[in-house]
Design a binder for this molecule. Structure first.
Ligand code: TRP
Length: 283
């Protein structure tokens, strides 16, 4: 499924909770990279650019870079309207001089910039390793149209690591990630008038080393059938819906992918345990 469907109002709140979980290292690790390297990131990426954040969410990440990057304008792009508008309003409060734009859209099918945007060089900011929620082919297709000469891309990439760390990051003891995944079924019940019984599905997260991705599934715990619109879907006990993948890369592997989309690696920042990378590319 396209990752965008996870982020309705409730899903966005559950995702914020995921980011606070002890098991979910990516957000914390990336925040630490910003805390340690923001001035250098800004120096390398360039100040005075038009800063465009893809999947801007609650806006916590760009806030760490803002004072250093000093962009000419900021554009937050997100699928989740409530979250987008509260984040851009907050940013506008903090930086009254800054031109702030909010674009509520699905950038996976192409990003359309607001017409009034200054013509300055752009810096695309895509933190959180959400690029990993697309297949490598989709990721290339997404990044390729953005690669215009003079523009730059600062992107967060989750690195390949041991199975235990990866699987617990996507299957936490509190069950928040399970709730985030199951919310898809609840959302189908709410919005598509389906009748999923959530108590008869369980969250499963497995690392597929060959494909280098975490797979999220919802497994039917019993034989059952579900109605959606006029159609009936039958599940055997143990049958799974594959709802999401999260690809993990090496820095070199991701640089090779980005190269296919017209981007050249200019600088890398990683934590000392090499869990996560913030990568700067030039078109
Ligand atoms: N971009 C996040 C990631 O891949 C999204 C995410 C975190 C997610 N936990 C999840 C998606 C659980 C589906 C299910 O790390």
């Amino acid at each position: 499924m396209s990752p965008k469907w996870f982020y309705d109002a409730l899903g966005s709140k559950l995702f914020d909770a995921i980011c606070d979980l002890p098991e979910y290292y990516p957000t914390r690790t990336e925040m630490k990279l910003f805390a340690d390297h923001a001035p250098e990131m800004a120096r390398r990426a360039g100040t005075g650019r038009v800063l465009i954040e893809l999947g801007s969410g609650n806006g916590e990440k760009v806030r760490r870079l803002m004072a250093h990057l000093r962009p000419r304008a900021y554009v937050g792009v997100d699928i989740s309207k409530e979250v987008l508008h509260s984040a851009t309003a907050k940013l506008k409060d903090e930086y009254p001089q800054l031109s702030v734009y909010a674009v509520c859209s699905d950038f996976s099918s192409g990003f359309r910039a607001p017409a009034e945007l200054p013509a300055a060089a752009r810096l695309y900011f895509y933190p959180g390793s959400s690029i990993g929620n697309f297949t490598p082919e989709q990721a290339v297709a997404l990044l390729k149209p953005l690669a215009r000469p003079g523009d730059a891309l600062l992107i967060g990439v989750d690195l390949i690591k041991d199975r235990q760390t990866l699987e617990s990051a996507y299957d936490d003891a509190l069950g928040v990630t399970a709730a985030f995944n199951l919310n898809l079924l609840a959302r189908m019940n709410r919005e598509l008038r389906a009748d999923f019984d959530l108590s008869r599905f369980r969250h499963v997260a497995r690392f597929d080393e060959g494909l280098s991705r975490i797979e999220m599934h919802l497994e039917s715990t019993t034989e059952q059938s579900v109605c959606l619109d006029e159609r009936k879907f039958s599940f055997a006990a143990g049958e799974r819906l594959h709802t999401e993948s999260s690809y993990k890369y090496s820095v070199e592997g991701f640089a090779a992918l980005a190269a296919r989309a017209g981007w050249t690696l200019a600088q890398r920042w990683t934590d000392e345990r090499r869990r996560f990378a913030e990568l700067l590319f030039e078109a």
